[in-house]
Design a protein around this ligand. Structure first.
Ligand SMILES: *Cc1c(COP(=O)(O)O)cnc(C)c1O
Length: 390
């Protein structure tokens, strides 16, 4: 079928790239060792600190988020180290597998993929660890596979209550720039992120924000690395340069995306995502369907995962929405395949974009013969009005 207008990319990353960012990247490639590049490099390295809310260094890799996961492990841990992780969903499970491949001994606290990290379990596990064998607590902030956001500030307080020296390593690949996150204030040691979700860029950049404690750990850990080595990066970064060819045009985009986030204001960006998320949940409730996340204090501002009624295939529904309305919705991953669909409401999403997306979902439910009530779209509009009135 021929298409008009733009495709609705309503998956929870990659998210749509704003026109402003696309135009900013439409530039000739410059000499990455020349004087012009140093200015760009310094600007983006400095700008990242504002977005990660840190005074410390942020390293930018030409990689996907998965690369930044690996960078975090190889720079801070040693083979045989014990770490504490939580089965919040697909991404936590993948990060765990990666750690295991590096010879890390992972204690993986089981979960039902409907809740975030339980700070009380963090405290109990660390208090039990009298020999201080656990070297890190590794948490996925926003579990993109489930639409559940873990309470990282509370996890920090739990670690402090146990008076435990473990590093706190946090994946914010889908939350940075969409959900409130504070690297310094929350005492996070490494914040891992990626370009293509809340940062509104194309895929291709990975980030690690590094605390002093994490940097100290990197001086004595024993895992081998070369491409990912923090010290190799930080030396030329001091003048805005990189040890190998950076993704120059993505950095032009990054400079623009950071400017957009700071112009709107981070608190306003986070509040907008909360409003869009609340309206989406109002729609789901209006349809008589179920939000996957079971804990209201952990509802994701980034995406909403919707449980398909028994006997209906979420992927068949998503195919109809794509064919009929040219909208991509997120699939259920691994054990949730076919059982849920995910609505992304992150990045440059605004109220009318969201209403378009929710209309497509409601029409798609109808077209796919999925039992539901009418009125989800209306409930979302009502929620957005109420959100505006304060
Ligand atoms: C997308 C995502 C990843 C994987 O990032 P890539 O850029 O695909 O490597 C990891 N963790 C979370 C929470 C994600 O949302």
């Amino acid at each position: 079928m021929s298409r008009t207008g733009r495709h609705f990319l309503q998956i929870p990353g990659p998210s749509p790239v704003p026109e402003r960012v696309l135009r900013a990247m439409d530039m000739p490639v410059i000499d990455h060792r020349g004087p012009e590049f140093g200015v760009l490099g310094r600007e983006v390295l400095e700008g990242c600190r504002a977005v990660f809310q840190t005074m410390g260094p942020v390293v930018i890799y030409p990689s996907s988020g998965t690369g930044a996961w690996e960078a975090t492990i190889v720079n801070t841990l040693s083979s045989g180290d014990r770490v504490l992780m939580f089965e919040t969903g697909h991404f936590a499970t993948l990060w765990r597998q990666m750690a295991a491949r590096w010879g890390i001994e992972v204690e993986f606290v089981p979960g039902d993929w409907r809740r975030g990290v339980d700070p009380e379990i963090v405290e109990a596990k660390l208090a039990e660890d009298r020999s201080r064998a656990i070297k890190a607590v590794m948490v996925v902030h926003n579990e993109t596979s489930t639409g559940v956001t873990s309470r990282v500030a509370e996890v920090r307080r739990a670690i402090d209550r146990a008076n435990h020296p473990a590093l706190l390593l946090v994946d914010t690949i889908s939350s940075l720039g969409s959900a409130d996150f504070r690297h310094d204030e929350w005492g996070v040691d490494v914040t891992v992120s990626g370009s293509q979700k809340g940062l509104m860029l194309p895929p291709g950049l990975g980030f690690t924000a590094i605390s002093e404690k994490a940097r100290a750990a990197s001086r004595i850990n024993n895992l081998p690395r070369s491409y990912w080595d923090w010290e190799e990066m930080l030396k030329p970064n001091a003048n805005g340069y990189f040890p190998y060819t950076p993704a120059t045009n993505l950095l032009y985009g990054l400079r623009e995306a950071i400017a957009m986030l700071l112009e709107e204001g981070l608190p306003e960006v986070f509040a907008r995502h909360q409003r869009l998320a609340a309206a989406t949940r109002a729609a789901v409730q209006g349809w008589g369907l179920e939000v996957l996340c079971r804990e209201p204090s952990e509802y994701s501002p980034v995406l909403t995962a919707v449980v398909m009624p028994e006997g209906h295939d979420a992927d068949a529904f998503r195919r109809i929405v794509l064919d009929d309305f040219d909208m991509s919705l997120g699939a259920g991953l691994s054990k949730l395949a076919g059982r849920i669909f995910r609505i992304g409401h992150l990045g440059e999403c605004n109220e009318l974009t969201l209403m378009g997306a929710l209309s497509g979902v409601e029409m798609g439910l109808d077209a796919a013969g999925v039992p539901h009530q009418r009125g989800g779209v209306l409930a979302a509009m009502t929620s957005l009005r109420a959100g505006r009135d304060g």
